[in-house]
Design a protein around this ligand. Sequence first.
Ligand code: GDP
Ligand code: MG
Length: 178
Amino acid sequence: EAEPGPGAIPRIKLVLLGDSGVGKSCLVLRYVRGQFDPSSKVTVGAAFMSHSVNLPDGTTVKFEIWDTAGQERYASLAPLYYRGASAAAVVYDISSGESFQKAKHWVSELQKNASGNIAIILVGNKSDLTEQREVTTEAGQEYAERNSMLFIETSAKTAANVAAIFDTVAMKLAGNGV
Ligand code: GDP
Ligand code: MG
């Protein structure tokens, strides 16, 4: 990939991975359009959106976001999207222990097959479903730490922490800590 020229806005290719139904498409829609559609359609193959953002440190970056389908029958396509990506958001649903297990499989796959310096953020979505929670914040946090990943809990429904996914990744890639 070409280096951005002087003055060009840096681009970050980010791929969303995770079980079907965890809220990947809703997170992207919330982030890019500020909307939540409870009857959003199942993603077929993958969907692409781009979004420029001003970071807390004043710089601007352009996210190129690949929203993949979580279904098994599309799993073989995933490498097309995560290869060459500088970041991956592995999403689970805090109300589904099974989706957390799926997220761990995605992390293993990325560790085996993605670029060694890909920034991975583990995202526990649907944090608004407090009554139905099956995955504790500590479990997500611990797993992320053990695997040198960023971690955040979000809600596409309430918008809680959604922009922070992207800010955190951009700051990490910019070497601004986190
Ligand atoms: P995807 O298959 O991972 O892309 O999941 P979708 O974005 O299509 O969302 C699947 C379902 O979860 C939809 O019915 C959404 O309305 C719902 N959903 C997504 N995000 C949230 C959230 O943060 N909170 C709640 N309560 N529901 C959500
Ligand atoms: Mg989807």
